[in-house]
Ligand binder design. Structure first.
Ligand SMILES: *Cc1c(COP(=O)(O)O)cnc(C)c1O
Length: 394
């Protein structure tokens, strides 16, 4: 090898022996090199017993998959490029033309949009059900239902559903169903910490690792976890066919974030409850929605099934405040930035028009703002809210 460029690429690199550090190594690959043609021909990309191509896993992605499965009490995990991609993978793997998917009316918005857009285009129908009424779910199950989404609590309105009751409604119906019906939970809020989804009976947990596992507001990633191997294989084979890869550097960020997830979850939980309770006492406020607050629908269920709560609460203003006043309140906040996503270091808020995004009844007349509490000092956040509330016309 006389040419420098060739010898740089074919450098006799040997991985370090006897080197052990706290973080796992970060491996990056598109190509994975086989030792022989025979090894290349006999590659097994269907089971995670070896390495075949960057899309199908590296030691780094396998490490994160194992840790997410452990966190959630599942057995098998597949990583995808975003939380939304986790929702999409479940739909693509399980549904075919003629099938129907049921989605809670208060679900993460893009889950509903995917059903209304791509799934509808592929001949897959959907219905939205009221997750606070298991009888409504029971009435909507048909012989075409193949997948039922669950989400706890509702994405913006934070009602906490009775997951075991919803799962048992589905299982009772699925017994008479030739293909069975799969339940999939959007587990982003619980994050494997507030409750154990598989112990409550769900088949699949989809998780936006973008939120708590990352914790840094710097990476997009998702995961799909199961306890059942056959179900995992369905998801895993679909994943391989559609090319949903994740990058080693992004996986590294999530692995780093996981070290502190329990501490951050607890700290943000405490700060969120303190701010939510304080907001309840403010004269401009009609209702504060947070599963740990009495008066939030499903509070008793949350208390029964959960040991913690995430960093979200929503405020419904008294009906006398018009949208311009509520927008002004949000605009005046200095520590709470305007933005989507949550569970990062910085507090966020965003106004929502709830009647425009749901079909089930909504009891409130006033406008709603959802808050995500970050890692700032609670007193500073309270002061920020107080200053902006004070400038709001009563
Ligand atoms: C953010 C979020 C998602 C999607 O995650 P992305 O990584 O932003 O695509 C899905 N479900 C819930 C409940 C979320 O909050």
């Amino acid at each position: 090898m006389s040419d420098t460029s060739t010898s740089l690429i074919h450098h006799p690199y040997t991985p370090p022996a006897g080197f052990e550090s706290i973080p796992p190594g970060v491996y990056k690959a598109s190509t994975i090199v086989f030792p022989s043609v025979a090894a290349l021909r006999s590659r097994d990309w269907k089971h995670k017993t070896g390495y075949t191509y960057g899309l199908h896993g590296t030691p780094t992605t396998f490490t994160l998959e194992e840790r997410i499965a452990t966190l959630e009490g599942g057995r098998f995990c597949t990583l995808v490029p975003s939380g939304l991609a986790a929702v999409v993978l479940v739909g693509m793997a399980l549904l075919k033309a003629g099938d129907e998917v049921l989605i809670p009316d208060n679900a993460y918005g893009p889950n509903k949009s995917f059903a209304q857009g791509e799934l509808a285009g592929w001949g897959i129908t959907h219905q939205f059900y009221n997750p606070m009424d298991p009888a409504d779910l029971a009435a909507k199950l048909t012989s075409r239902t193949r997948l039922v989404w669950l989400e706890a609590p509702g994405s913006i309105t934070l009602e906490f559903p009775d997951l075991p009751a919803l799962v048992s409604v589905v299982k009772a119906h699925a017994d008479a169903h030739p293909l069975g019906i799969v339940t999939a939970l959007d587990h982003t809020w619980g994050a494997g910490i507030a409750f154990k989804a598989f112990d409550l009976g769900v088949d699949i947990s989809a998780h936006a690792l973008t939120k708590y596992p990352s914790g840094g507001a710097d990476v997009l990633m998702g995961s799909v976890v199961t306890r059942d191997e056959a179900l995992h294989q369905l998801l895993h084979f679909c994943h391989m066919r559609i090319g949903f890869g994740v990058a080693g550097n992004d996986v590294e960020l999530v692995l780093r974030g996981l070290n502190t997830i329990a501490l951050r979850y607890a700290a943000q939980d405490a700060a969120t409850r303190a701010l939510a309770r304080w907001m309840q006492t403010q004269p401009q406020v009609a209702a504060v929605l947070h599963p740990a607050l009495e008066g939030t629908p499903g509070h008793a269920t949350w208390k029964r099934d959960c040991t913690a709560a995430a960093c979200l609460f929503s405020v419904v203003f008294k009906a006398g405040h018009d949208q311009a006043q509520i927008d002004g309140f949000c605009d005046r906040l200095q520590l709470f930035k305007l933005g989507y996503s949550w569970a990062g270091p910085m507090s966020l808020c965003a106004p929502y028009d709830i009647p425009a995004i749901r079909t089930t009844p909504w009891p409130h007349a006033g406008g709603l703002v959802r808050f995500s509490v970050g890692l700032e000092a609670v007193d500073d956040l309270k002061e920020d809210l107080a200053r902006s509330l004070a400038a709001m016309q009563r």
